[in-house]
Design a protein around this ligand. Structure first.
Ligand code: 2AM
Ligand code: CA
Ligand code: CA
Ligand code: CA
Length: 262
């Protein structure tokens, strides 16, 4: 009866190992990105390449080997169900556009959900040599250092991450930027939503808003922010994209108000 003493810790340890190995494989593609054949998905800046597909396929195989009863939801393949109550929510390369043009700010993002709620996550940025990890009740960590968010920051204390893709309307982008700058805020953006959430947890940006993300973009990062003492809320779920807001309690509330959600 004591076979699995702590099933979540077990999975977090494996997730860290798999994120590093997947990141190493992705880095090999990145260093040879001129040989890739990116294809268009929904819009001119929405791309997928052999690298995204190969890393997701490898991750799915490795997760299945360790935890055959876990479900897997990922960006590039159909969801697969499991009976364990745990679901891996994976993005093999978060930041395909930066990856393809040679920016270092792309990540492997592995979220772990229990009964459809995110409970652990690992975000690995191979070119930055940074591994972020967190599990409910266990704190948020960057390369073995604990992360604690500044509780006093406001939207004007340092820059605010804003991740709108081409799916956002020009009107909603304009309205948010105008509202933010009226309160002394300044924009920050990298092409990985997972990395922007990790930056919130690490006090590198004061908060983050994106009008439309998928669970695989943000579930790992949400746990990081929460375990670092902040708040992250997502108006989507496992099957449906939605907006996300993250920051300390003041910044989180202000970003919701500035985005018209309040
Ligand atoms: P991706 O690189 O895995 O696709 C940037 O704001 C964030 O949005 C990233 O997490 C990126 O993930 C995602 N993204 C990029 N293009 C997108 C699109 N067309 N629709 C939805 N999300 C997208
Ligand atoms: Ca994509
Ligand atoms: Ca993504
Ligand atoms: Ca992706």
């Amino acid at each position: 009866l004591n076979g699995e003493a702590d099933p979540l810790r077990d999975r977090l340890a494996i997730a860290e190992k798999l994120a590093r190995r997947a990141g190493g494989k992705a880095k090999a593609f990145f260093l040879n990105r001129d040989t890739l054949h990116p294809e268009l998905k929904s819009a001119s800046q929405d791309l997928v390449s052999e690298a995204d597909r190969a890393i997701e396929a490898w991750l799915r195989g490795a997760i299945r080997k360790h935890f055959p009863d876990d479900g897997i939801v990922g960006e590039e393949e159909e969801a697969s169900e499991g009976g364990s109550g745990f679901v891996w929510v994976i993005d093999p390369i978060d930041g395909t556009m930066p990856f393809l043009v040679g920016q270092p700010n792309w990540t492997v993002s592995l979220g772990i959900a229990r009964e459809k709620r995110p409970v652990a996550g690992v975000i690995y940025a191979p070119m930055l040599k940074e591994l972020y990890s967190a599990a409910e009740g266990g704190g948020a960590w960057l390369n073995g250092r604990v992360l604690t968010m500044n509780p006093d920051w406001t939207v004007a204390s340092t820059t605010i991450g804003f991740g709108a893709t081409q799916k956002a309307t020009p009107g909603e982008v304009g309205a948010f930027v105008e509202a933010l700058y009226r309160e002394g805020g300044v924009l920050f953006r990298v092409g990985s939503g997972a990395l922007m959430l990790a930056y919130v947890a690490a006090n590198r940006i004061a908060g983050y808003f994106d009008p439309m993300l998928y669970c695989w973009d943000c579930w790992a990062g949400m746990i990081l922010v929460q375990e670092a003492g902040g708040i992250a809320t997502f108006d989507g779920d496992l099957g449906r994209p939605g907006p996300i807001w993250a920051g300390n309690r003041h910044v989180h509330a202000d970003l919701r108000r500035l985005s018209g959600a309040a």
